[in-house]
Design a binder for this molecule. Structure first.
Ligand code: HAM
Length: 416
């Protein structure tokens, strides 16, 4: 019988990759805590309407990529394709806005998009999602990007670029729409069918079309950046000024647009050429109308999400292990009896102790200890038990010492 495999684009994550996930999480948590963020957990399944209204009806995510189905009650539900929409819903449902002027929140977990799988692109992928509500000043955008640079520095990342742009507000977009429609109208032949269909509804979406043919047209299209209103221009300049004062290096990319409709003003992506085609491993921006559009008061917001798989591809090697690893090798019944008390005293002291079950020959246990990368092997046979000692072999230099077999203080004795 054939064994059952995971669905296409769905993966098991283990070994070095999951250890790198843990490193990303630890570095993020460290800085999130320093800057006053609070964690929240939100559902994976939400009403489909939530994503349609927030991400936008004409986006690729909503049009083509959502895992949507009718549940047993006959309601249309969707497994979340991203975190922001759910966090905004939770923010409103929990009346955060009524309780605090500023809310700094983060959540982590799996997201789902029915995209064509390739390197760094999966149908289930993980995000560390960070959102700030209640600050319209550009300091919030700059502080977020500064925090990102601190997290990446902790992870030892050097080869990356912070690309930044402003997509303006509704007013800037209205003016720009006409200029863009004029240009695209004259280049309709060069656009894919999807883009031609979207021209009336949302011509800005042409900018994030992944079709190569549209790419050529887009490269020559006018850019929104050149149509920013004075308020948006001032906001963006102030954001860049604060970034410079934080000591963060960035690149202005006037053609940077995002695949989600809710953004206003600042948008950014962090990219690396080491990743290949899917080179953005982190992305975000400001969304000053979203909370209101989702039925809440007029509260500004901004945030970002780390793509865990893509960032973990960039963490070169794992840093050296923390505590040394001890291995307990026993030979004989009396020695075997002591495995549990010795294991209990090591774990109580916070020291990792590995052992073989069932205990085989000493030679095979030594081989196993080696394969685990043990720093020291504690050797205990019935003969040592009767002498009241245990042997401690240093696996690096091969030296060996005897220490008294006192279970309670053994971790201290072997470390001396
Ligand atoms: P996004 O650009 O759609 O933004 O996704 C953020 C990051 O998630 C991407 O830069 C990428 O690293 C990762 N990602 C996206 N799709 C996939 C995939 N199919 N496979 C692997 N990784 C993927 C958002 O999701 C926004 N909610 C970010 C945000 C938060 N904006 C404001 N707050």
């Amino acid at each position: 019988m054939d064994s059952i495999k995971a669905l296409r684009g769905f993966r098991d994550i283990y070994g070095e990759e999951i250890e790198k996930f843990a490193l990303i999480e630890a570095a993020s948590r460290k800085h999130l805590k320093l800057l006053g963020y609070k964690e929240l957990e939100i559902p994976v399944l939400e009403k489909t309407e939530l994503f349609k209204r927030s991400i936008g009806d004409t986006t690729d995510i909503v049009e083509k990529e959502m895992f949507t189905f009718i549940d047993r009650s006959g309601d249309s539900v969707t497994v979340r394709p991203e975190g922001t929409a759910g966090v905004v819903r939770a923010y409103l449902q929990g009346s955060f806005h009524a309780k605090e002027r500023v809310s700094k929140l983060f959540t982590m977990g799996p997201m789902f998009r029915h995209e064509r799988p390739q390197k760094g692109r999966f149908r289930q992928f993980y995000q560390m999602d960070v959102e700030v509500f209640g600050i319209s000043e550009p300091m919030a955008d700059a502080e977020l990007i500064w925090m990102i640079s601190l997290i990446l520095k902790d992870l030892g990342l050097a080869n990356y670029t912070i690309e930044i742009n402003s997509v303006g507000c509704r007013e800037c977009r209205e003016g720009f729409r006409d200029a863009l429609l004029g240009f695209l109208g004259s280049r309709k032949d060069g656009l894919c069918e999807d883009c031609v269909n979207r021209l009336d509804r949302n011509p800005l979406r042409v900018f994030d079309c992944k079709n190569e043919q549209c790419g050529e047209v887009i490269r020559e299209a006018p850019v929104l950046f050149d149509h920013l209103c004075s308020g948006c221009k001032e906001h963006f300049d102030a954001c860049l000024d604060r970034l410079t004062r934080f000591g963060v290096a960035f690149v202005l990319n006037k053609r940077l647009v995002r695949g989600l409709d809710y953004y206003t003003r600042t948008v950014f992506e962090v990219t690396s050429d080491d990743l290949g085609a899917q080179k953005a491993f982190l992305a975000g921006g400001r969304y000053d109308n979203l909370v209101h559009e989702m039925g809440g008061p007029s509260v500004p917001g901004c945030g970002f999400a780390i793509g865990m798989e893509r960032l973990s591809l960039l963490i070169p090697t794992l840093p050296p292990k923390g505590a040394p690893l001890y291995f307990l090798a026993t030979v004989g019944d009396r020695a075997g009896e002591l495995v549990i008390p010795i294991l209990r005293s090591f774990v109580a002291s916070g020291l990792p102790l590995a052992y073989a079950v069932p205990a085989r020959s000493l030679k095979s246990q030594m081989k196993y200890a080696n394969s685990l990368g043990a720093d020291h092997v504690l050797i205990l046979s019935d003969e040592e038990v009767s002498r009241g000692v245990i042997l401690v072999r240093n696996m690096q230099d091969g030296t060996q010492k005897e220490v008294p077999l006192e279970t309670h203080s053994l971790p201290i004795l072997v470390m001396q």
